[in-house]
Ligand binder design. Structure first.
Ligand code: ZN
Ligand code: ZN
Length: 73
């Protein structure tokens, strides 16, 4: 796999979009695994709640994909 931006050999994969990132273009962003609730698309009923999750403050980020945090109540 190669870097999304410079076509060099990737050193890792963006945690958010899955693109390859080389060491020079790697950035860090806050990643929270699956926190919150999952709602049924049709009824908006909560079908599952995540009460345990992890927060990674320096997860690998490609620097180009748009991270849009969603906070539930
Ligand atoms: Zn690069
Ligand atoms: Zn990305």
């Amino acid at each position: 796999m190669r870097c999304l931006q410079c076509d060099q050999e990737a050193r890792g994969v963006c945690k958010f979009c899955g693109s390859g990132v080389c060491a020079a273009h790697a950035k860090r962003a806050r990643f929270v695994s699956g926190a919150g609730t999952v709602r049924n698309p049709g009824t908006a009923l909560v079908v599952r709640e995540f009460l345990d999750y992890v927060i990674v403050d320096n997860a690998l980020w490609c620097g180009t994909c748009t991270i849009r945090p969603v906070y539930s109540g």
